[in-house]
Design a protein around this ligand. Structure first.
Ligand SMILES: [Zn+2]
Length: 380
């Protein structure tokens, strides 16, 4: 591969990206390229050192030499592509490379992809946290709800954590463009959002609210288990999963099991129905109607002595605005969960994510591929 015969060509300085007309010397480098049949292939790439008006003596930009590492761009692209569907360790075995080398190649591949793409506008923000374990604790994840891609990771889950996202990742203009933020009922996040993007409507994530409702059902179950002895205990025992499942997802045999329990324990029935019916709150399009439904739901608690649900009702009233905001900005629920699911899958699959930047790019690429896939399907 020779660039030597290209006569009046302009060379690009690798320092500043500007034009560098004068060639100072010829160099060459050996890099690993795509295999030829069953052989590992090494190619010699000839390149120039050029005299740049601003940087002085610099290496020219050569498309096939993306970094100082001994691999051609085509080779790195092939390894990066392989990393999209397999763990780094598997790719390493396939290409006879160290796993750390594969990860470094993959990271450069992803950085090149990120550099060359247009970032979609952020109008609907999702914020959630992932529990990483005892040592690292929490990771705050900010994502774009419309594209389903993660935008930023921050250690911890404090107000200052999210403050840093707003401060370092978005311009004042971009912050003003956010019209909705979908969050858990976690005050530090809400506080940060309202400080940096006061025009944005807070929408509490339905999944998190329903998780609280499921927890209330579980608390009622436990209380009943201890309150009543004998036969009742036997009936409640082992039904935890059933009680936390949605009715629509149960087959007739499982429904019968629950019905047996409900016949003997009205309190369990009431708790289950309360959880099931709360779901309907998000079917309303008008704030007035949604508010009426919420109040009716809370009225049902009167005389019931279901303490866990009383607490839940108080929490819902405290966060009423963020619940009703959904009528104004019906964000896509479940996106935050999907983003988190992808990140957890990545973390499980490869242990090489001490580098958060790598993890972020990987998760972004995953989300983007899904979008591209949908676009392809639409065209077909
Ligand atoms: Zn330069």
């Amino acid at each position: 591969m020779g660039a030597a015969q290209a006569g009046e060509k302009q060379y690009i300085c690798s320092g500043c990206g500007g034009k560098a007309p004068k060639v100072e010397e010829v160099r060459e480098r050996e890099v690993r390229d795509l295999p030829w049949r069953k052989y590992q292939t090494v190619v010699v790439v000839e390149f120039y050192r050029v005299r740049c008006p601003t940087c002085g003596l610099k290496v020219e930009v050569v498309a096939q030499l993306p970094s100082k590492a001994p691999f051609s761009k085509d080779f790195e692209d092939a390894v990066g592509l392989a990393c999209e569907s397999a763990a780094a360790r598997q790719v390493a075995r396939q290409y006879i490379l160290a796993a750390s080398t594969v990860r470094a190649i993959d990271l450069r591949y992803l950085e090149r992809w990120a550099k060359g793409r247009r970032k979609p506008a952020l109008r609907e923000l999702g914020v959630d946290e992932i529990y990483l374990g005892k040592t690292q604790k929490f990771l705050t994840v900010a994502s774009n709800l419309e594209t389903g891609e993660p935008l930023w990771f921050g250690p911890n889950r404090k107000e200052e954590t999210l403050d840093e996202f707003f401060r370092t990742q978005l311009s004042a203009f971009q912050r003003k463009q956010i019209r909705a933020a979908c969050v858990d009922m976690w005050e530090p996040f809400t506080a940060s959002i309202l400080h940096w993007a006061p025009q944005c409507r807070i929408v509490f994530d339905k999944f998190h609210v329903m998780q609280h409702a499921a927890k209330a059902v579980d608390e009622v179950r436990r209380a009943e288990f201890f309150r009543k002895g004998g036969r009742m205990r036997g009936l409640v025992k082992g039904k935890r999963w059933l009680l936390l499942s949605r009715w629509v997802n149960l087959d007739s045999r499982k429904r019968q099991l629950l019905n047996e329990l409900f016949r003997l324990n009205r309190r369990m029935l009431k708790a289950y129905l309360l959880k099931e019916s709360l779901d309907r709150l998000w079917t309303y399009r008008y704030e007035g109607a949604a508010l009426r439904y919420l109040n009716q739901w809370i009225d049902q608690l009167r005389w019931q002595r279901l303490t866990p649900f009383k607490k839940l009702a108080e929490m819902l009233l405290r966060h009423q605005e963020g619940l009703l905001n959904y009528c104004h900005v019906p964000v896509r629920f479940g996106v935050v969960e999907a983003v988190n699911g992808n990140i957890k899958t990545l973390l499980r699959r490869g242990r090489g994510y001490k580098n958060l930047r790598y993890l972020l790019l990987k998760a972004q690429r995953m989300a983007a591929l899904k979008t591209e896939f949908l676009v392809l399907r639409k065209a077909a």
